[in-house]
Design a protein around this ligand. Sequence first.
Ligand code: PLP
Length: 414
Amino acid sequence: MEQPLVKNAFDVLEVRKDFPILSELPYGKPLVYFDNAATSQKPQVVIDALVNYYTHYNANVHRGVHFLSQKASDAFDGVREKVRGFINAASEREIIFVRGTTEGVNLVAATYGRKNIQQGDTILVSAMEHHSNIVPWQLLCEEKGARLNVIPMNDRGELVLDTLDELLNDNCKFVSITHTANSLGTINPLETVIAKAHERNIPVLVDGAQAVAHEYVDVQALDCDFFVFSAHKMLGPTGIGAVYGKLHLLEDMPPYHGGGEMIKSVSFKGTTWNDVPYKFEAGTPNIADVIAMGAAIDYWNSIDRVGAHEQEIELLNYCTSLLADIPAVRIIGTAKNKAAVISFVVDKVNAMDIGMFLDTKGIAVRTGQHCAEPVMDWFGIPGTIRASFMFYNTKEEIDFFIEQLKKAIQLLAV
Ligand code: PLP
């Protein structure tokens, strides 16, 4: 029998109840939170997981035979499998806990990079990277006498792949590229870049900071060699994230930090390393935040992700069309394939002034360079105003935002 078609059953008002902060009243006004690309808000279950750990079973992991330590160890260890499932890695041994995307890129640069990049080599990034996917490679290049090359973009903020074959030449030894650009919203054609790099045996790291909360990520389907992300952008806590790496690459990489946990045996004659992934996790881990990251993944698995995605795309299209009707507004980043991020500038008004005006109305947007100074330089602008949405945002919030933006323009245009 044919199933009845259920149109997007995603109930945004119901979902909003899961996020206590959305009831806050900054300056006595309902919060309109459009700064999700900087960090997402947290559902109550994530906050509860943190409080619960500290209240009921705070203990160090892997070191105690006592009840609390075993309970903490079980909760902590269980999250590696949740992260594996969340990005569809082949094995939980391929998951390394780090502080976030920034530390993840630095880990790969300092281990894989230090071992494999030599003088005269090139590392390829794109024109739309966040600083955290540029600077670690620049540091490595400086140390090794290597060079950073850049895949260019066009004026819609889309990668131009005409020169990719040339850039992936014999000198190129690594590609590090963002999945989704935080400053523009562009979703990159990773399959093409990865396939072309692999034709030449060049490994690819994907910066997934902006992708994990908005796309289904399947690292095996992508066939990327490394994938890094932060929990705080996907409903989890700050200070925690993960590096995925293909097992054979991780096995071959030297350790990152030295200390406890990352060793098998230590003596003054010499030390042997622990197995992957522990080899990369020196010291007491961020136990509470790992457990809360697991709660965030449980939350994702409990909601209608297709409906959540559709909600975001609806918000993106709705807001884009309303902004396009304001003559003073110019949207920066008009790629065909975009996530729910809208960067824009306003004629004759400073972005920061708009942001400050909107703030007085309870609307949180981000202004400035968004840690992507080369992107701003490319567009010849000092910065943008960025509204970035999550599935818990509403069209009514966008209506209010547009109304207040128009007022700001009227008031502030010189
Ligand atoms: N990469 C991208 C695309 C980002 O948007 C961000 C944060 O905004 C980062 C990397 C850095 O993430 P974190 O600060 O969590 O390490």
